[in-house]
Design a binder for this molecule. Sequence first.
Ligand SMILES: Cc1cc2nc3c(=O)[nH]c(=O)nc-3n(C[C@H](O)[C@H](O)[C@H](O)COP(=O)(O)OP(=O)(O)OC[C@H]3O[C@@H](n4cnc5c(N)ncnc54)[C@H](O)[C@@H]3O)c2cc1C
Length: 417
Amino acid sequence: MKNYDVIVVGAGPSGMMAAISAAESRKKVLLLDKNEQLGRKLLLTGGGRCNVTNSGSVEEILANVPGNGRFLFSAFAQFDNRDIMAFFEKYGVALKEEDHGRIFPVSNKSRTIVEALVARLTALDVKFSPKQTVSRLRIENKQILGLETNSGSFSASKVILATGGKAYPATGSAGEGYELARAAGHSITQLYATESALISSESFICNKTLQGISLANVNLSVMNAKNKAIVTHRHDLIFTHFGLSGPAALRCSSFVNKELLKGAEFVNVQLDAFPDCSQAELCQKIGRLTKGSDKNLANALSSLTQERFLLFLIDQADLTRDLPAKQITAKQIECLAKLMKSLTIRIDKTFPIEKSFVTGGGVNLKEINPKTMESKLTQGLYLTGELLDINGYTGGYNVTCAFVTGWVAGHHAALEC
Ligand SMILES: Cc1cc2nc3c(=O)[nH]c(=O)nc-3n(C[C@H](O)[C@H](O)[C@H](O)COP(=O)(O)OP(=O)(O)OC[C@H]3O[C@@H](n4cnc5c(N)ncnc54)[C@H](O)[C@@H]3O)c2cc1C
């Protein structure tokens, strides 16, 4: 049996940062992963360029973590997105900021980020042991003693569980962490897909009428059973052969799933394709474009939006595309403007967790000390990253939460050794 001060399970961003912060306090640290390669999921983020964090203020970052962001205030008071950027810059990674505050390595390669983490782990003498699938935590009298893997038994008075969620299981994060946490007495809140595309059975989706249309900077709202908007996201949207994708759809997905979990058969989303114009202003615009015009309706309104989307709206409003524009009535203008501002789209489901970017739900935060990430049920056991009931929007927010909770857990585990 091998002895360590701290054992970290999972070499994702959370586990790697936990191992680094524990080793910076001169502790003997072992990092285990079932994979041969470190940071497999991290390599996929930001379209393979690694969206390493976000430049927003702490308040902004936590507002972009709809799954229990507020739990993270004390963790962010100890280590935040500025510290993440400083860490990478200190260890030789030049960073750049892109739209929506997203931070990437200048190299545009995820590998740069993983290599910097690996170099720091090596410099700190963290032992990395690959191909180790942790199957059991050894706990006695509510105190962690170590763990067992497919190849042996390891002892430590501190164990950090950073095994991620269930999304993209081929990366190694297949959800075993939930079972390990359960065996340590933890409860797991309902798991659901987040940052997922939205699937719709609307006839215009099934007919692929709008497939491939991309709308920039629209408002997409998730409606509740009383037809009230639960949340509205201003972002880009893509119509696909199955439904809706793009950042606006991904951001709405957790809210859609929460409504579906309440028992709804489907959830409506509402698209405002002209969020910078009120309905009255749109009516005036349509009035101006059509008044006295010798063009047909589709041609007269062609400056408003993309042709296929406009033709679809004209059809939805029960108008004829080659209606002489000057013949449109005030009532028909109002109907068209209403569709432009609030097109209702039925959403039947999202992709399953396995095909989504992030897992919603996880280890119940009531059972975790927010200052240290230590389990309130088992002394010496720390839980971090996506394994917890925390989920953020894509844009670097999940990676940031993983790094921050990992750093905090590693730091406190080392302090208590
Ligand atoms: C395609 C894709 C794109 C994404 N893009 C973004 C983005 O742009 N911005 C953003 O913020 N987030 C993004 N995310 C989400 C982000 O990658 C995750 O939230 C983040 O990686 C979670 O970090 P983690 O360290 O908690 O877990 P993970 O990165 O999932 O790491 C967990 C590790 O634990 C290991 N492990 C699991 N079980 C065991 C076991 N029993 N024994 C040993 N090892 C085990 C796994 O092999 C894995 O290496 C994306 C996710 C995907 C799938």
